[in-house]
Design a protein around this ligand. Structure first.
Ligand code: 13P
Length: 254
């Protein structure tokens, strides 16, 4: 059964103490997840060990890094390698968030290197794709996201890519309060799955969770997650409020 995932992306928010309290408030509710359901917290690097120790071993709650460097190691002051994340027993890493593509000049080819390093280090990439507003207005979103997948992922073997998580995050919906409608989300998620199926076959495409990101809130998560090709969410703002993220976790399909 395909995984369903509620993933928090804290971005560059919260002090250590605020983060600890937020995790406590969410984890104290002990929401029971089915075996195919996961909750992932993509937290700032300095909070990874805290998050790892807060989530209980053997549960379906996991910490994730928000980024990694595209080189294996070396003279890259201030950067964090995938090998370092692996040495902390981190199992998930967000790769190619639109904010990093925009503000840090990350290209599809750099992201291909990051994805490779993640898989070599037993870390599941949460690979982000999504179009800016002008592309959506021109109606070219399908070609845009297909190119992102092709240039960063399609060198992977089927037995490798089937373990990836994809997050579709339309840039015009991130942090704007403007959510894609359920029809828009379902349409492009279905399209992304068809692109994966064309390259790798239906069986592989059917295994890959495709999360929606962009102003997911407590009051729209259930409707979005009910779309057949939406397998959960990657959540920014609403993941910083315990009561809201708790509702989002609960919105995963039964
Ligand atoms: P918001 O939920 O704040 O729109 O952010 C979405 C996002 O970028 C998650 O990675």
């Amino acid at each position: 059964m395909r995984k369903q995932i509620a993933a928090a992306n804290w971005k560059m928010n919260l002090t250590y103490q605020q983060g600890e309290k937020l995790l406590d408030d969410i984890l104290d509710t002990k929401i029971k997840l089915a075996s195919h359901q996961l909750t992932i917290f993509a937290v700032p690097y300095p909070y990874l060990l805290l998050t790892r120790s807060e989530v209980e071993e053997g549960t379906n709650y996991f910490p994730a890094a928000q980024n990694c460097h595209h080189k294996k190691s070396g003279a890259y002051t201030g950067e964090i390698s995938v090998e370092m994340l692996h040495s902390l027993n981190i199992k998930y890493c967000v790769v190619g968030h639109s904010e990093r593509r925009d503000y840090n000049g990350e290209t599809n080819s750099m992201l291909a290197d990051k994805v490779n390093l993640c898989f070599e280090n037993f870390i599941t990439p949460i690979f982000c794709c999504g179009e800016p507003l002008h592309i959506r207005e021109a109606g070219s979103q399908n070609d845009f996201v297909a190119t992102q997948l092709r240039e960063s992922l399609f060198h992977l073997e089927p037995q490798v890519i089937k373990n990836i998580i994809i997050a579709y995050e339309p840039i015009w919906a991130i942090g704007t309060g403007k959510t894609a409608s359920t029809e828009q989300a379902q349409e492009i998620h279905k399209y992304l799955r068809s692109v994966l199926a064309k390259q790798y076959g239906e069986a592989v495409a059917d295994e890959i969770p495709i999360l929606y990101g962009g102003s997911v809130k407590a009051n729209n998560a259930k409707e979005l997650f009910s779309c057949p090709d939406v397998d959960g969410g990657l959540v920014g703002g609403a993941s910083l409020v315990a009561a809201d993220f708790i509702e989002i976790i609960k919105a995963l399909k039964k």
